[in-house]
Design a protein around this ligand. Sequence first.
Ligand SMILES: O=C(O)c1ccccc1N[C@@H]1O[C@H](COP(=O)(O)O)[C@@H](O)[C@H]1O
Length: 201
Amino acid sequence: MFVKVCGLRTVADVDTAVEAGADAIGFVFAERSVRRVDPELAARLAARVPDDVLTVGVFSDVSATAAGEIAVAAGLRAVQLHGDYPHTAFADLAGVPVQLIRATALKPTTDVEVGAFGEDMLLLDSPVAGSGERWDLATLDGAWPQGKWILAGGLDPANVGTAIAASRPWGVDVSSGVESSRGVKDQGLIRDFVRAARSAT
Ligand SMILES: O=C(O)c1ccccc1N[C@@H]1O[C@H](COP(=O)(O)O)[C@@H](O)[C@H]1O
């Protein structure tokens, strides 16, 4: 099970996630986010992360090209694009040395085939990303994506095991569910989440 902890902004939180065994950690660049980091902070935090942990830049309101440039400049190894980015956005990142994560809310029109837009991973999230809201797994009616798809949206240490059992994702992603207050990570909850996700598999 691939475990991503997102929205990190401090050295202590990054070190905790790495020590807890996270496979990926995310830095949010979205303008509207309480978890927003600037490229300098992201670069400083990413420099602490060992090579076997994927560092991800999370974007929602800039072009894919700009996201790629910011991620590469900060030394990040993946770009997560949230929202209605078209196929062409992912094509614009071909040749940029980052892995691509297509993050989307599940709508009737959502293409849930992993790689349909040229992405390496597909992340299925609630309609308001980073809100901590869950979405109804029954929406997929058992037609789970195949391959590298990541379940996100309102996960926490208490519910991640049940969510994994119900949907059998390739990975899980958490942000709000490991916070003591909005935007403030709780290191105990980060450890609990990674442990719970691991023991569910
Ligand atoms: O965290 C945010 O504020 C955010 C803003 C814009 C795009 C994505 C954002 N967060 C991502 O949302 C998912 C799930 O978060 P949660 O666990 O429901 O809080 C995660 O990938 C975050 O990185």
